[in-house]
Design a protein around this ligand. Structure first.
Ligand SMILES: *[C@@H]1O[C@H](CO)[C@@H](O)[C@H](O)[C@H]1NC(C)=O
Length: 123
């Protein structure tokens, strides 16, 4: 729980960093929506919890899948938003948790959840 709170604190920091940077406002808004959808899954995919993903988490991933299908660039953008978030939060995904997320939520990911892949090659 302490780690989760420190994650949340990092997210606030991230928001401040992104707001203060030269990042285009549109991109910032886009990533902030991605964060909002992805946040309920952080403790699961980060291996911070051994409980099943919550309904909110599955719902968020479904929303992200919907966003990923909006246009050809969307999966790349979502990939990059998630990587930026994990970088700032110093969070490492557990790949087995990412894989089991698909089973537990009964869905297929339409975008990668990764710490350090080349998002420009996605899609
Ligand atoms: C996920 O993809 C696999 C392989 O394409 C397919 O068999 C399965 O039905 C899909 N699951 C869902 C929930 O869409």
């Amino acid at each position: 729980m302490v780690r989760l709170f420190s994650c949340l604190a990092s997210l606030v920091l991230l928001t401040v960093l992104l707001c203060g940077s030269a990042t285009a406002a549109g991109e910032y808004n886009y990533c902030s929506k991605v964060f909002g959808d992805f946040l309920p899954c952080i403790s699961y995919v980060g291996g911070l919890s051994n409980q099943d993903p919550t309904g909110k988490c599955c719902q968020g991933i479904r929303k992200l899948n919907g966003r990923a299908k909006q246009n050809g660039e969307a999966p790349k953008k979502i990939c990059q938003c998630i990587e930026d978030m994990t970088y700032v939060m110093n969070l490492a995904f557990v790949s087995s948790q990412v894989a089991s997320l698909q089973d537990k939520c009964n869905l297929n990911l339409s975008f990668p959840i990764s710490n350090a892949m080349d998002c420009s090659k996605v899609g």
